[in-house]
Design a protein around this ligand. Sequence first.
Ligand code: ZN
Length: 186
Amino acid sequence: MTLTPNNAGWIEVICGSMFSGKTEELIRRIRRAEIAKMKTIIFKPKIDSRYSSNHIVSHNQSKLESVLAKNANEIIDRSVGMDVIGIDEAQFFNDDIINVCKTLAKQNKRVVVAGLDKDFQGIPFGPMPALMCEADYLDKFRAICVKCGNPASCSQRTIKDSKQVVIGESDVYEARCRNCFEAPKN
Ligand code: ZN
């Protein structure tokens, strides 16, 4: 990735399906910034008690400390003095997260946002389409389809539940390609 000059902020978006390595990539970028002695902080949305750990953890068990944000706007106040702001699970914030990212970038901060681009029905997830549009740098990652081994960009829910947010990992979701993905019936 070519970085923009000093004294400029920008937005990086890392998106893709579940199991595509988004959080792993977010952790890698934040670690690189820490090595460069930059001040970093990572936020994730407070969704429910099962999600209240103060770390982000990737599927390969890499982890970094994170701050739980009850809403998008509190991220601005808590980012004062920081150089690099990481935001994980951005799809769970409301649309305020879009302006929050733009504000931070205008304050010459580097904003690294990771999130699911599509929900379990294959529909664009919350603020992600707008964040992808605002991104100065955009990476879309794929997983590997558990059915056929092709590149996978869909998150298949393996239990019957019509809520948009069902927290879980490999017990509730698996990666599927476009052909093997079965949109849930209502
Ligand atoms: Zn497949």
